[in-house]
Design a protein around this ligand. Structure first.
Ligand SMILES: Cc1cc2nc3c(=O)[nH]c(=O)nc-3n(C[C@H](O)[C@H](O)[C@H](O)COP(=O)(O)OP(=O)(O)OC[C@H]3O[C@@H](n4cnc5c(N)ncnc54)[C@H](O)[C@@H]3O)c2cc1C
Length: 334
């Protein structure tokens, strides 16, 4: 069933709580209807999931399409794994609980990440030592320009740290469903050291990992219906090993992690905190860096996208001035 609304408020469709309007807002739970909408669309299309990884910096969007495709099904299995196909309109955390209830392992570390399944490949969601790319087998899409179906293998998705082909080609594809390869046996991923210490001794199961992740997330992250935010606003910057060594000798407490391509990843939260932003607000008092996790920018009420962006730009500038490192936003600017 398709619903088309004109001059539609997007306020309740973004976790930042920013006011913006869609000239046309289309919701459909039917692939053919979505395909017809895309075929006849003569304007840039914003595909909107749960709105938990974007910032509306412009007051209006010409055409917003919200795929409400539902369904989770088993599409294959071998002795060790199952293939699970989930439609893009499913809530991500519902898929996580669905898989844990059936003893399919691989998603438990990604518990409680807001948003829908369709967005999980876009920024290759990650948390607590796991990333969506660890379990994604393939992605099915509609090409926005002509409405044709186009499948993507995992390699073709070109996943990187909070990055993918889809993030680099925003507005070109609508993700219809994602197929995951999950393990029939529980394979604990305790790469994130803080997770191990949260687990009850000798009782490591998918359910206890989920409980620990949920507990940590609730302690650390603001509840977006109460305090508007889009999770981590910035990516952790990657620098060369020479730059990392030079910074480490000047700032011995600097946390360093190894990253792909021989680079070193720095903690954006640490850099931001060292520049004095933790708990700070803008002049108007409506935007700030969260006091328990400064990587998260929050809307304390009534902030515009531009005010959030201006605050973020000040943070980027001060980190660059102090450390010579330029941070990039993780959140999509719309
Ligand atoms: C409190 C909080 C905590 C968070 N924690 C994490 C975390 O731990 N790890 C993490 O990785 N992220 C985290 N996020 C960010 C966010 O939840 C994820 O990026 C999530 O996958 C976004 O899903 P969404 O459906 O809300 O996407 P949206 O915000 O609606 O869209 C994000 C981008 O994906 C595109 N998109 C969405 N759906 C589709 C589709 N079907 N087809 C094509 N393109 C699409 C949009 O056009 C947009 O560019 C957090 C956010 C919040 C608010």
């Amino acid at each position: 069933m398709i619903h088309i609304r004109k001059k539609y408020s997007l306020l309740s469709h973004n976790t930042f709580g920013i006011s913006a309007t869609a000239d046309t807002f289309v919701v459909s739970d039917n692939m053919n209807e979505l395909r017809d909408t895309l075929r006849t669309a003569a304007m840039p299309v914003l595909v909107l999931g749960g709105g938990s990884n974007l910032l509306f910096v412009s007051d209006t969007c010409p055409l917003v399409v919200h795929p409400a495709l539902k369904g989770i099904e088993l599409t294959g299995e071998d002795s060790e794994t199952v293939l699970v196909r989930a439609c893009s309109g499913e809530v991500w955390d519902d898929l996580v609980t669905w898989s844990i209830a059936r003893n399919y392992s691989g998603l438990e570390n990604l518990s409680l990440i807001p948003g829908n399944v369709g967005a999980c490949p876009v920024q290759n969601i990650g948390a607590y030592g796991a990333e969506a790319q660890d379990v994604i087998e393939s992605v099915e899409t509609l090409h926005i320009a002509d409405g044709k179906q186009q499948p993507f293998s995992k390699q073709e998705c070109r996943f990187g740290y909070r990055d993918s082909f889809f993030k680099q080609n925003r507005g070109k594809y609508l993700i219809v469903s994602v197929t995951f390869r999950l393990s029939k046996t529980f394979v604990p991923n305790l790469a994130y050291s803080g997770l191990k210490s949260m687990l009850p001794n000798g009782n490591i199961s998918m359910a206890t990992v989920r409980e620990a992740v949920v507990k940590m997330r609730r302690q650390k992250l603001p509840d977006h219906p109460l305090l508007g935010n889009a999770g981590s606003f910035f990516k952790n910057p990657a620098v060369s090993s020479q730059q990392a060594e030079a910074l480490k000798s000047e700032y011995p407490a600097l946390p360093l992690y190894t990253a792909a391509g021989g680079l070193n990843k720095l903690s954006a939260a640490w850099l931001i905190e060292q520049c004095g932003w933790k708990g700070k607000r803008n002049k108007q008092g409506n935007v700030g860096a969260y006091d328990r996790q400064p990587l998260i920018l929050v809307n304390y009420g009534g902030a515009s996208g531009k005010e959030v962006l201006d605050f973020a730009s000040e943070i980027i500038r001060s980190v660059e001035e102090k450390f010579g490192v330029r941070m990039e936003p993780e959140v999509n600017m719309i």
